[in-house]
Design a protein around this ligand. Structure first.
Ligand SMILES: CC(C)(COP(=O)(O)OP(=O)(O)OC[C@H]1O[C@@H](n2cnc3c(N)ncnc32)[C@H](O)[C@@H]1OP(=O)(O)O)[C@@H](O)C(=O)NCCC(=O)NCCS
Length: 233
């Protein structure tokens, strides 16, 4: 598995429009509809990132890249079912995980929210207890760990919130080993937490046994330049 991260920078509206010319019309429409400029940039950069990875890894030319979505909206690359990817964006970050088996990734910007209320409503009793049993200063952090782990599992399965959030439980032991438990059974998924930056949490979930530790940082300007060059070739 490879995990790529881009820290987003501002892009002019003209540049956004120009880069949108090179992507599918439904994504273009989605980007245009956003009112918030950061939403536009995050979605655009996610698209450019995965397209660049595909061009480089699979040697497909950009205009021949065809994405499809499953019934819950999870995108996949048509005709290349061994190529699995998942994108997540939050705050200043866009992340993409690529693997030969289904994968899910979630990044969240840590905000000072009423985590106890949210955990009580959406997490299992075990998950809630795990959070509130932490030293007070670590509770928000633990909440975001559980949140991103749950979300990355749901994204790996690709079924969105049709999987009820309380139907499975994330268990983190004292050695930071992570398990996804459903119906009292340990599911065959591997999960890992990454610290990418202060104020962010990242979790990855895969059907592979191993998730390596490193994240490949990609500079946004270099990415845009590379992507623009592909389209001239
Ligand atoms: C849509 C969903 C997959 C993720 O939403 P999210 O956390 O807001 O968004 P992220 O930035 O992590 O991921 C968005 C990307 O996931 C991908 N995606 C979309 N549907 C997906 C699905 N069913 N499964 C996996 N990935 C999906 C797309 O590439 C999307 O990128 P795009 O918006 O640029 O097209 C879905 O799980 C959801 O709506 N979650 C709600 C979040 C929530 O309430 N979580 C509770 C805490 S556990």
């Amino acid at each position: 598995m490879k995990i790529y991260a881009v820290r987003i920078l501002d892009i002019s509206e003209e540049k956004v429009d120009k880069l949108c010319l090179l992507i599918d019309s439904d994504k273009k429409y989605k980007i245009k509809k956003f009112i918030n400029k950061k939403d536009k940039i995050r979605t655009l950069i996610g698209e450019i990132l995965i397209r660049t990875i595909i061009v480089e890894k699979l040697k497909i030319i950009n205009k021949n890249i065809k994405f499809n979505k499953n019934q819950y909206g999870k995108p996949y690359l048509k005709d290349y079912l061994n190529f699995n990817f998942n994108i997540s964006h939050s705050g200043e970050y866009v992340l993409c995980a690529v693997d030969n088996k289904p994968v899910g990734i979630d990044v969240e910007e840590v905000k000072h929210i009423d985590y106890e209320e949210i955990a009580k409503s959406f997490f299992t009793v075990k998950e809630f207890d795990y959070i509130v049993n932490q030293n007070f200063n670590f509770r928000l952090n633990s909440f975001y760990e559980i949140w991103t782990l749950k979300e990355s599992y749901i994204k790996c399965c690709g079924q969105g919130l049709s999987i009820p959030l309380k139907s499975f439980s994330i268990e983190v032991d004292q050695y930071e080993n992570i398990k996804v438990i459903s119906n009292n059974k340990h599911k065959e998924y591997t999960s890992k937490i990454f610290d990418i930056d202060v104020g962010y949490k990242v979790a990855v979930c895969s059907l592979n046994k191993e998730i390596y530790n490193n994240i490949i940082r990609v500079d946004q300007n270099s990415l845009i330049n590379k992507y623009s060059r592909f389209n001239l070739e």
